[in-house]
Design a protein around this ligand. Structure first.
Ligand code: ZN
Length: 124
């Protein structure tokens, strides 16, 4: 058996209707980011950033619609059935693929109990 990092947990995430499902493996978050960009401030989601390697889409690649705006750096992916935006894809400054996960979509995690820190997406 492969050794498992003791400080990480695998969370199951999904949109509302279940068409989009994924798993993320990360340390239990000690805070949530609230992005102030024009999209996230409307949607009200609470997010965590991680390398794409920590994220595994289980189902729904064909169920998501890609929405882009502004500088079009980020793929804002929402379920075309229920409209929930459960995650987004982007890249860091070095070009490595990253994912922003909507913590509100993770089972077994109370995102609203976390301290919220503003992420200045509006300035990117
Ligand atoms: Zn859905």
């Amino acid at each position: 058996m492969m050794p498992v990092m003791s400080d990480t947990t695998t969370y199951a995430g999904s949109c509302h209707c279940g068409a989009v499902r994924y798993e993320v493996t990360m340390a239990p978050p000690d805070k949530a980011f609230a992005c102030n960009c024009s999209l996230c401030s409307r949607a009200g989601w609470l997010l965590a950033f991680m390398p794409a390697t920590a994220f595994r889409l289980v189902a729904g690649e064909d169920a998501i619609t890609d929405y882009q705006f502004g500088k079009r750096h980020i793929h804002h992916l929402f379920c075309r059935t229920c409209g929930v935006r459960a995650f987004s894809r982007g890249a860091d400054k070095a070009g490595n693929a990253t994912v922003a996960v909507n913590l509100r979509c993770l089972a077994g995690l109370d995102a609203t109990a976390l301290p919220v820190q503003t992420f200045d997406g509006a300035s990117l």
